[in-house]
Ligand binder design. Structure first.
Ligand SMILES: NC(=O)c1ccc[n+]([C@@H]2O[C@H](COP(=O)([O-])OP(=O)(O)OC[C@H]3O[C@@H](n4cnc5c(N)ncnc54)[C@H](OP(=O)(O)O)[C@@H]3O)[C@@H](O)[C@H]2O)c1
Length: 202
């Protein structure tokens, strides 16, 4: 597939999972890996020298899991995917918007004024947000940090078929096996082939 055909916004997913695809517990991260966190922060907040900024999409619980001192997310334009939150809940922040579906978020991003401000678009999860993005025709890339350990988790990344994706190189990503506090992990970057990779899609 020629990925230049994917219409704006091109959704890029950023996730770290353990060996069982666990992503969190008790609405927190289940591990503490400072090097992985700084990679995540750098990739999702630093636009590549352009005047544009990145956009961030969070489903409700993931947004709520961000500590107050880290909200909103860097200098990104934030979109929250929620049916229970309202604009009133984010009135203390500028450039944070709430929508009840991914389609509404995409429509907002495509408005002329918004579109010209946005560089890359990152889906930050959680489980619900990832599924929505992987199903979308706007899905472009998956940045998957695979942690070589098991943690106690109560939320999981959706199972997907790697064969339906192609592996790509991104020079901005740490290459090879990384070690942090005795835990090893490796970052894999996948690109869409135009086929939904979800294995348990309803
Ligand atoms: N390891 C990682 O890379 C990573 C990344 C992100 C998050 N996490 C972890 O993941 C956990 C949070 O993820 P999560 O899966 O529990 O929650 P989530 O996907 O962040 O949020 C789920 C919420 O999405 C909202 N939503 C909006 N439209 C919906 C619809 N049509 N159907 C269902 N829900 C809809 C619902 O809230 P409303 O009632 O407001 O609609 C629902 O409760 C935390 O533990 C966090 O630390 C880990």
């Amino acid at each position: 597939m020629d990925t230049s055909e994917i219409e704006f916004p091109r959704l890029e997913l950023m996730v770290a999972t353990d060996l069982k695809l666990g992503i969190g517990k008790g609405n927190k991260m289940a591990w503490h890996l400072p090097t992985e966190f700084s990679y995540y922060r750098r990739m999702t907040t630093c636009a590549n020298g352009s005047e544009k900024v990145h956009a961030s999409i969070f489903a409700t619980k993931t947004w709520q899991s961000i500590p107050p001192e880290m909200k909103p997310w860097g200098n990104t334009i934030c979109f929250i995917l929620s049916r229970s939150m309202t604009e009133d809940d984010v009135r203390n922040y500028s450039d944070v918007y709430v929508h009840s579906s991914l389609e509404e978020i995409i429509a907002h991003m495509r408005q002329t004024d918004m579109r010209k401000r946005i560089d890359r678009v990152w889906m930050h999860g959680g489980g619900f947000g990832y599924k929505e993005a992987l199903r979308s025709k706007h899905f472009y890339r998956l940045y998957h940090t695979k942690i070589d350990a098991e943690f106690s988790c109560d939320v999981f990344f959706p199972r997907y078929d790697e064969c339906q994706l192609q592996i790509v190189d991104d020079p901005d990503v740490p290459q090879g096996i990384q070690l942090d506090r005795g835990v090893s992990y490796q970052i894999h970057v996948y690109e869409t082939t135009g086929v939904c990779p979800l294995l348990d899609a309803p």
